[in-house]
Design a protein around this ligand. Structure first.
Ligand code: ATP
Length: 440
């Protein structure tokens, strides 16, 4: 069974995960809206990350910095000067590409245009800055230009000492943040893989310089392992080490975690040893000391930073693609999403077998009892088999059916999405039964 992006995009739209943004106006390129199930899935991705990165550790604090920052930040960070992609145009079909995405040198006459296929039609590469600009205040002049942040990391660096002193953390410690970032990508695409507005889940870990390599290894392993806790198949993930020509200007070492999407192996997350590049630059530009004083050794130094930078929307796409399954049930094709229970937008659906004999009342009562503890859904429409299929398709791990036996002995059928096994569970034990199975 091959998963195609068409199938994912169509299911996502039909079932309310992701819609094209501003659709009634014909959409806007590379912008997407999350629907009722999409927002639940997204919140679950973020909650799983936040839990692993902050709740389960005592050495990482969270923050939520503003999207709009002093324009000086982006000069210091190198984004004004370096956050560029080389852009080329096809002289024939006018399509625009990133020069580093072409099959061959753009100036070579044998390099084909990925759109029209004609050779030797590319313009010379021009550098294009990916930051969105806008104006702060009522006057639209150069002095008032500010940027929409292209990454969340800078909000962490500039708050390094604020967080360290207010939380009384000692190096080594980290700061985590989830938030929107904006990049005017030249070639966005592949659904929500590359968009112009997206969310990042970033963590910056501040360490003594001579321990950076060890921490880098630690975080590489931790981050790969995290994908296992949200159910992503290990064989679809791999590390890609950046060679000397790929390293960003700030990085001393970098690994990507890649996932095998229907369109090939692509980056899901970056893990970087950034050295003291960021704090040095902010110290120089702000003229504020950002050194850390280590009490036991009486040393003063700029910590090195090990960064883990994941995309929330990309993780969500990974979850959708990785969970997509088709099997055969009673001669019929069944499409289901085998989400890990942690990510499943709805944890349990409750059905009365028929709309009589008081079954709907009992089912409503079950929903009311479970609702404070998990996302549940009530459905009484259509044959029970169809109701199961509707839940399979959105990845609901458990379906609970109230039937005639319920009227006799207060037990219900609990059907598991992947194995289709059915358990008979007493109503008094139902919540515990489900909680044990959906707990992260
Ligand atoms: P690329 O080389 O593919 O443009 P990058 O190396 O610039 O990506 P980073 O700056 O390391 O990406 O960003 C960290 C993470 O943020 C990425 O691994 C990805 O998950 C996410 N991300 C970056 N750009 C986008 C985008 N345009 N749309 C969605 N997610 C993105």
């Amino acid at each position: 069974m091959t998963v195609t992006m068409d199938k994912i995009v169509s299911l996502a739209k039909r079932r309310g995960f992701v819609y094209p943004s501003s659709e009634i106006y014909g959409g806007i390129n590379a912008c997407w809206d999350y629907g009722p199930l999409g927002i639940r899935l997204k919140n679950n991705v973020k909650a799983a990350w936040w839990r692993a990165m902050t709740q389960l550790r005592d050495d990482v604090e969270g923050i939520d910095a503003a999207i709009l920052m002093s324009p000086e930040v982006w000069v210091a960070s190198g984004h004004v000067e370096n956050f560029t992609d080389p852009l080329v145009d096809c002289r024939e079909c006018k399509a625009r590409f990133r020069a580093d995405h072409l099959k061959g040198d753009p100036t070579d006459e044998n390099t084909p245009c990925p759109n029209c296929g004609r050779k030797g039609t590319m313009t010379e590469p021009r550098l294009f800055n990916l930051m969105f600009k806008t104006f702060m205040g009522p006057v639209e002049e150069d002095a008032n230009v500010i940027y929409l942040r292209p990454e969340t990391a800078q909000g962490i660096y500039v708050n390094f000492l604020n967080v360290q002193t207010s939380s009384r953390q000692k190096v080594p410690f980290g700061i985590a943040q989830i938030g929107k970032a904006f990049r005017n990508e030249i070639t966005p695409g592949n659904f929500i893989f590359r968009t112009r507005e997206f969310e990042q889940m970033e963590m910056q870990f501040f360490v003594k310089p001579d321990t950076a390599d060890e921490w880098f290894e630690h975080w590489k392993e931790q981050r790969l392992q995290w994908y296992d806790t949200i159910g992503i198949r290990r064989e679809k993930l791999r590390f890609h080490e950046h060679g000397p020509n790929e390293l960003a200007h700030y990085a001393r070492a970098a690994y990507d975690i890649e996932y095998e999407f229907p369109f090939g192996w692509q980056e899901l997350e970056g893990i970087h040893n950034r050295g003291d590049f960021d704090l040095t630059r902010h110290q120089e530009h702000s003229k504020k000391k950002l050194e850390y004083f280590d009490e036991p050794t009486k040393e003063r130094f700029l910590p090195y930073i090990v960064e883990t930078s994941a995309g929330c929307d990309r993780t969500l796409l990974t979850a959708l693609v990785d969970a997509y399954r088709i099997d055969e049930q009673d001669g019929d094709e069944r499409t289901y999403l085998a989400f890990h229970p942690t990510l499943a937008p709805i944890k349990a659906a409750v059905f009365p077998l028929v709309k009589k004999e008081g079954m709907p009342d009992i089912a409503h009562k079950i929903v009311d009892e479970l609702r404070p503890y998990m996302e549940v859904f009530y459905d009484e429409k259509g044959a029970v088999g169809r109701r199961y299929r509707r839940m399979d398709e959105i990845g609901t791990p458990y379906c609970i059916t109230v039937d005639t036996e319920t009227l006799e002995n207060d037990s219900v059928t609990v059907r598991a999405r992947d194995t289709l096994e059915q358990d008979r569970v007493n109503l008094s034990e139902l919540r515990g039964f489900l909680e044990k199975r959906i707990r992260p």
